[in-house]
Write a protein that binds this ligand. Structure first.
Ligand code: DGL
Length: 268
């Protein structure tokens, strides 16, 4: 079946983190209808095995295809590391698939200011070694160090942001020996932009903080434009699905999208 520009854009994450990417898509491409799926029943993905994250991701890809999406954007680093190739194979050319790691690594590889780069992310993302591998393929001269920061996702999903608890957790991680002397830090998890200012403050606003949401939205625009699938008129409302109801997710989605959200629960 041929795709057309009126079809929605499918975006998914384990939970609310991907809303940072979805919001960047909404800002850059306001005519696109977004179908968002947050796998809140299985969150966090970061501690799960590659096989498990792949299994969940393939089911979500099928769900987004059943909603008639014209493209799938994996707004989760952990799923991008574990399941990108599997999803590409699974959808078998029906739609394009975009991950969040490639646009971020391309961006940092091109930035002359980023010489000694730190990456923080879930255990799954950091354990995959994707960031150092991909950055060094493009820019072998750059030094890349990484640190798993597994407490951050549950902390953010529980709403511990801009308070003493989250400041202490952020400080504990960022003062780790692994990250000493970095000039830039990649937020290698789509949840982390939610606490970006806390992270910037830890560095007295001096370290370059790389949040990939905007560059991922630009990548989506480029892919849709190349496929002549950019929408010129918004046809339907954005739709938000979760695998388990979460009032915090609803609150964050309403904050990011500045509209009332009718959150729907689906079991995959
Ligand atoms: N936002 C997901 C990511 O970018 C969080 C993963 C998790 O659920 O642990 O990796």
């Amino acid at each position: 079946m041929t795709l057309n520009s009126n079809q929605p854009v499918g975006i998914f994450d384990s939970g609310a983190g991907g809303l940072t990417v979805a919001a960047a898509v909404r800002n850059l491409l306001p005519e696109e209808q977004i179908i968002y799926f947050g796998d809140t029943a299985h969150l966090p993905y970061g501690d799960k095995s590659v096989e498990t994250v792949r299994r969940y991701s393939l089911k979500i890809a099928d769900f987004l295809l059943s909603k008639n999406c014209k493209v799938i954007l994996i707004a989760c680093n952990t799923a991008s590391a574990a399941a990108y190739e599997a999803i590409v194979e699974h959808v078998n050319g029906k739609v394009s698939v975009i991950n969040v790691i490639d646009p971020a690594t391309e961006l940092v590889a091109q930035n002359p200011k980023a010489k000694h780069i730190g990456v923080i992310g879930t255990k799954g993302t950091i354990g995959s070694g994707m960031y150092p591998k991909k950055i060094n393929e493009l820019a072998p001269e750059k030094q890349v160090v990484s640190l798993a920061t597994p407490l951050l996702v549950p902390m953010i999903e529980e709403g511990f942001i801009f308070d003493d608890i989250s400041n202490a957790v952020v400080k504990k991680y960022l003062e780790s020996a692994e990250l000493k002397g970095i000039d830039s830090l990649i937020l290698g998890c789509t949840h982390y932009p939610i606490i970006k200012n806390q992270i910037r403050k830890y560095y007295d606003f001096e370290t370059l903080i790389i949040d990939s949401s905007q560059v991922v939205a630009q990548k989506l625009k480029a892919v849709l434009s190349q496929e002549s699938l950019l929408s010129s008129k918004k046809i339907g409302e954005h739709q938000f699905y979760v695998s388990d109801y979460s009032s915090y997710f609803k609150k964050l989605a309403e904050m990011f999208f500045e509209e009332d959200i009718d959150l729907q629960k689906v079991t995959l």
